[in-house]
Design a protein around this ligand. Structure first.
Ligand code: ZN
Length: 145
């Protein structure tokens, strides 16, 4: 685990005990995980679909896209962090809905602006070419245009 100066400071809190507990655990996950920003993430199970984020557990990596205003990278990191702290890495339909509900409640109702900005500090400024694990390559896609 790598410590930096920013990790010593106190976290911002919203005052809701449950939300702050989740926030603290998501921040811990992000501090122990390598965060990558991507322009596009394809869904390995549905190659024509795109994802907002993806965790590669074995590699301790998380990949997110930045799609403001509704899905900024900070929100997508929260979503992936919720999967991580609930030890849910594969998305079943019911589980995905549960995570989305929790994400919506936290992002839209409970977390403060400062907490969202804090999550945003984990997002790299630039996106990378590196692909998440298990991503299916677009074999027949042309390089044209
Ligand atoms: Zn999910």
């Amino acid at each position: 685990m790598i410590l930096s100066a920013t990790q010593e400071e106190e976290l911002p809190y919203c005052g809701d005990r449950g939300a702050d507990s989740v926030f603290r655990r998501v921040v811990h996950f992000l501090r122990t995980t390598k965060v990558y920003r991507k322009d596009v993430i394809f869904d390995p199970h549905r190659p024509r679909c795109q994802l907002y984020g993806r965790i590669c557990r074995g590699h301790k990596e998380v990949f997110v896209v930045h799609r403001p205003p509704h899905y900024p990278a900070a929100r997508n990191l929260l979503h992936e962090g919720l999967h991580a702290i609930h030890a849910i890495y594969e998305s079943g339909v019911g589980r995905e809905t549960a995570i989305e509900n929790l994400e919506n409640k936290l992002w839209c109702e409970l977390l403060t602006y400062k907490q969202k900005c804090f999550l945003g500090r984990f997002v790299p400024r630039h996106s990378v070419k590196k692909e998440p694990c298990h991503t299916i390559k677009k074999n027949n896609a042309g390089e044209g245009s």
